[in-house]
Design a protein around this ligand. Structure first.
Ligand code: SF4
Length: 394
């Protein structure tokens, strides 16, 4: 590859800036370019959000400000393998998760610097760091603190917190641990099917033993009793969920409580949409881009663990094929390797490019560097046999 074929530079200073000339150009041209038979659209907003930008900058600052000291991440700083691999290359150690190397890095010590990621950390981890007495760099995004504040209020008022989130996601684990540490109760609900089970147990259509037996491990607090702990309920959501799904789940739970309590439902139900602005805008931008289209297909670039990226893929719904890819390596001519939004499995689809002229929309999760998106745009154009010199402004 020549320099013009990729945004991933050999020079580490350029590389870690994650700036892509192609994506800069697309932004400057209103998110559109034509190349041969392909019309490329990009969403109005995509890629690194404010919270991720800030977290990445804080790790870089920590490396600069603490030369000679070990810098640790509790786990991934954000859900993008490229960014975590880059930090590992810069000498950052990972306490756990796919990038940790316990044998090589040994344990934490008081002299170390530990970075709390943008998703926040569990109360147990925060206590562990306080007891150790090491230097802590807290990159928790302010948007994550909002549901935390609300859930503390729910606990104080005797309400159970229903979290629309993913039970294993770091942000949701942090919210759950906060509730439990204050003696409250929680229930994690990932999507409507699970919400329907909650509604059924509220209305008495589902036996509580059957309800509890069907929960995923970690989805409810210790000692959770549906008879006692679904009397007063407040909702929050992981900041990166699908906004429309949150609204549906809130409406479902409210309706179930209304069926049980009638006119006094207001005393039993509270809600707060805690989806962050970046997630909301990125989801809205996909719909706007679709209106600018029409799109023949959507390519969403981001880590497979990234909740907001997964949900961007779901925004297109049934309207056009949507492919969630890690980056340009996912595209090999006639074949695209992507994460299925239905099953979560990584699958390969052959013959994914339309014949003749077509419009492809691109967006990227809040933890995706522009460089990965830029290279993915190039890979799609190459797969469509567009010569490099055919890339022209509209
Ligand atoms: S996606 Fe939202 S909550 Fe997460 S870091 Fe970005 S702004 Fe903060």
């Amino acid at each position: 590859m020549t320099d013009a074929d990729t945004d991933r530079y050999e020079d580490p200073h350029q590389r870690y800036s994650y700036k892509s000339p192609l994506i800069e150009r697309l932004r400057a041209s209103g998110g559109e370019l034509r190349a041969g038979r392909v019309r490329v659209l990009t969403a109005r907003t995509f890629g690194f959000c404010w919270g991720v930008d800030r977290a990445v900058a804080m790790v870089r600052d920590a490396l600069r400000e603490h030369p000679g000291r070990r810098i640790w991440l509790l786990d991934q700083i954000i859900h993008n393998p490229q960014v975590n691999a880059d930090f590992k290359e810069m000498g950052v150690c990972f306490l756990r998760g796919p990038f940790s190397e316990p044998d090589r890095n040994g344990g934490l010590s008081r002299e170390d610097v530990v970075v709390i990621p943008a998703f926040s950390a569990t109360v147990e981890d925060i206590h562990m760091l306080e007891e150790l007495g090491c230097t802590v760099v807290d990159t928790t995004c302010p948007w994550v603190i909002r549901p935390h504040r609300r859930t503390i209020k729910y606990v104080e008022d005797g309400f159970t917190t229903i979290i629309h989130g993913l039970v294993r996601h770091e942000e949701t684990r942090a919210s759950c641990s906060l509730v439990a540490s204050r003696g409250g109760h929680y229930l994690v609900v990932a999507e409507q099917t699970e919400a329907q089970r909650v509604c059924d147990v509220i209305t008495g259509a589902l036996d509580k033993e059957a309800f509890l037996a069907g929960l995923s491990p970690g989805a409810c607090s210790e000692g959770f009793d549906p008879d006692l702990h679904l009397e007063h309920v407040g909702t929050i959501n992981q900041t990166t969920m699908l906004a429309s799904e949150t609204r549906e789940i809130e409406a479902m739970v409210r309706a179930a409580l209304e069926a049980r309590h009638g006119e006094t439902v207001g005393e039993h139900f509270r809600e707060l949409n805690t989806i962050c602005r970046a997630t909301q805008e990125n989801q809205d931008s996909v719909l706007e881009m679709s209106a600018r289209g029409p799109l023949d297909l959507l390519v969403v670039v981001g880590g497979y663990d990234s909740s907001n990226t997964k949900n961007l893929t779901r925004v297109g719904g049934e309207e056009f094929p949507s492919y969630h890819v890690l980056g340009p390596e996912a595209i090999d001519g006639d074949v695209i390797r992507h994460r299925s939004p239905d099953t979560g499995e990584i699958v390969e689809t052959r013959g994914w490019l339309p014949d003749g002229a077509f419009t492809v929309g691109f967006t990227a999760g809040a933890s995706t560097p522009d460089t990965l998106l830029g290279d993915t745009v190039r890979a799609v154009l190459a797969a469509a046999d567009v010569p490099r010199e055919a890339v022209t402004a509209p």
